[in-house]
Design a protein around this ligand. Structure first.
Ligand code: HXC
Length: 294
């Protein structure tokens, strides 16, 4: 028996890893170097603990995205991105709210000068720099900045009671973290214009029909389904996943011709990797590929 299989990660709780030795059946607690987060919970999920789960946890404010919460999300995504065991990351909220938007109380007294000179909300897009795929598992309200946060992710799964919307217009402002830019790319101009100019909420089923959401599930299973998806993605080469993600994202930044060139170069680049060789050899030898992320 390989030495590694003697030890099993039983669970993570706050800052502790609970590890069980299967021979001695004893349980040990190890401190992990996790940041002490106030507004998010961070765990590893899946049979191989290779899916990072970030749960927004500010229930009294329906997960309103205050500065501290978004700073923590950026830190947690960065930590999972650097963690070689993690192959995909999920961001979720509660059953009532994924996030009800940027924190209106926090920004109420901001001046234009403060926004401009202080780079207000500039750190929000930190998660879009992640190499690893990020899945949003949305239940309840995903409004304003909450909808924008979901759209910064690579895939959106929704519970059937989820509600998406950009209600900023109703409080005298406009979306400021991608709502006027990413939403039209997901759903087209007419639908995006209607959503941002009315502030109306759309249902999960409507969001799926528009292409904003990839799948809709019963409320209580959406996180579980996102973890299954994360596990499937994490079973691929993490290296090739990241290259693939970058290539899809290039479609939103370039002309078709530039994008096709980018894709071709990225495709050629996979031939410089061990994992491309291993994947093709495994197919020919009729065995499961053993990717090393190299
Ligand atoms: C601060 C918020 C909040 C928000 C809810 N709360 N949304 N606090 N910022 N965005 C707080 C409420 O003040 C209240 O606190 C508590 O959460 C519960 O909210 P209720 O309104 O009592 O709940 P409910 O009646 O169920 O209504 C839910 C809701 C509503 C429909 C989601 O809360 C709502 O309309 N929220 C605002 C949605 C919004 O406008 N989002 C866009 C924000 S602007 P107390 O202390 O009273 O109990 C934005 C800009 C993004 O996102 C641009 C850059 C990122």
């Amino acid at each position: 028996m390989a030495a590694r299989s003697l030890f099993k990660l039983v669970s993570t709780s706050s800052n502790k890893l609970i590890i069980q030795n299967s021979l001695l059946n004893n349980v040990k607690f190890y401190s992990v170097n996790a940041a002490n987060y106030e507004f998010i919970k961070v765990e590893k999920k899946g049979a191989n603990n290779n899916v990072g789960l970030i749960t927004l946890n500010r229930p009294k404010a329906l997960n309103a995205l205050c500065n501290q919460l978004m700073t923590e999300v950026g830190q947690a995504v960065e930590a999972f991105d650097k963690d070689k065991d993690v192959g995909a990351v999920i961001i979720t909220g509660s059953e009532k709210a994924f996030a009800a938007g940027a924190d209106i109380k926090e920004m109420e007294n901001n001046s234009y000068a403060q926004c401009v000179s202080g780079g207000f909300l500039d750190h929000w897009n930190k998660l879009t720099k992640a190499f690893k795929p990020i899945i949003a598992a949305v239940n309840g309200y995903a409004l304003g900045g909450g909808c924008e946060l979901a759209m910064m992710c690579d895939i959106i799964y929704a519970g059937e009671k989820a509600r998406f919307g950009q209600p900023e217009i109703l409080i005298g402002t406009i979306p400021g973290a991608g709502g006027t830019q990413r939403l039209p790319r997901y759903v087209g101009k007419s639908k995006a214009m209607e959503i941002v100019l009315t502030g109306n909420q759309i249902t999960a089923i409507e969001a799926e029909k528009m292409g904003l959401v990839s799948k809709v599930f019963p409320v209580e299973t959406v996180v579980e389904e996102a973890i299954k998806l994360g596990e499937k993605i994490a079973s691929n080469s993490h290296l090739i996943n990241g290259i693939c993600k970058e290539s899809v994202n290039a479609a939103y930044e370039t002309t078709l011709n530039q994008g096709l060139k980018f894709e071709k170069k990225a495709f050629y680049g996979t031939f410089a990797t061990q994992d491309r060789k291993e994947g093709m050899s495994a197919f020919i030898e009729k065995r499961k590929a053993n990717f090393k992320n190299e």
